[in-house]
Design a binder for this molecule. Structure first.
Ligand SMILES: N[C@@H](CCC(=O)N[C@@H](CS)C(=O)NCC(=O)O)C(=O)O
Length: 275
């Protein structure tokens, strides 16, 4: 029996839940609570020395890193496939999986923490407790030291993360054109769509969809279609979106348009823009 250690709202966890649902695989639900720091306890660090979710356990063997988990499930559970058959297209899909891990996955963390209700938790915590938890994190110490626990990130850090998200949007738009849609690699829904869907969904949930709504309608169309797949609806159970966990803070699509408008005002036509 497969077992998944995950957080309801974690984008990397949702990525794995999406493939499990697409493949119609049964799994034991080992939900951890991020605010209770279950993922930093000694028993969990033995399963996943990185101290993050998700971890999949199959036949008592833990597998971690969400992209590695996707590939593992594809290799082992072959009754349905979410990898393109053509070798070139498959290679392009893998290049995109690397891109997603390197660029948008860390970038989406910045607006998630800033606008997604997580700062509230840190403000309520003493400096001492915050620092002791940072030290316990095997991989994320630098990230947690990169923002102020009470005020969060600077506008420059937030705008830099938008630049990376926009780079992702442009890459996706180019793929939809190159492979002809409706999915990123063409006719078939693949790991490429699954890997990036939770990140784009998160940006929309935070109210930052202004980054693509007007300039890249192809992304809105892709997102709408992906969100309505039965496996997506199943994977996004109640509480998977920050707007459901923090309804007073996270108001859903379009709600942070003042931030995306300001970003475009500052960066449009600016040669320093790195998007
Ligand atoms: N590269 C890892 C990233 C995993 C990751 O960062 N998970 C986040 C949730 S999306 C986490 O566990 N955060 C815990 C923390 O920040 O302490 C993967 O793809 O599995």
């Amino acid at each position: 029996m497969l077992a998944l250690y995950h957080f309801a709202q974690s984008t990397c966890s949702i990525k794995v839940r999406l493939l499990l649902a697409e493949k119609n695989l049964a799994w034991q639900d080992n939900m951890l609570i991020s605010s209770e720091h279950h993922h930093l306890s000694d028993w969990y660090l033995k399963l996943n020395p990185n101290g993050v979710v998700p971890t999949l356990v199959d036949e008592n063997l833990p597998i971690f890193e969400s992209t590695a988990i996707l590939e593992y499930l594809e290799d082992k559970y072959t009754q349905t496939s979410f990898r393109p058959v053509d070798h070139y297209v498959r290679g392009q899909m893998r290049a995109f999986l690397v891109f997603v891990d390197v660029w948008p996955t860390p970038a989406v963390r910045t607006p998630s923490f800033q606008f997604g209700g997580l700062l509230e938790k840190f403000i309520a915590m003493s400096d001492k407790k915050f620092l002791s938890l940072i030290k316990k994190r095997p991989l994320k110490t630098e990230f947690y030291l990169s923002f102020d626990k009470n005020t969060g990130f600077t506008t420059e850090q937030i705008f830099n993360s938008f630049t990376v998200i926009l780079r992702t949007i442009k890459r996706m738009d180019a793929m939809l054109t190159k492979f002809g849609g409706p999915w990123l690699m063409g006719q078939e829904y693949t790991l490429a769509d699954i890997a990036v869907l939770p990140l784009i969904d998160r940006m929309q949930d935070l109210g930052l969809d202004g980054l693509w709504e007007e300039p890249y309608p192809s992304i809105s169309k892709w997102l709408y279609k992906a969100q309505r797949r039965p496996a997506t609806l199943k994977s996004y159970f109640q509480g998977s979106r920050l707007s459901e966990q923090f309804p007073k803070i996270v108001k859903g699509p379009g709600s942070l348009s003042e931030w995306t408008n300001k970003y475009f005002q500052v960066y449009r036509g600016n040669p320093q823009s790195r998007s």
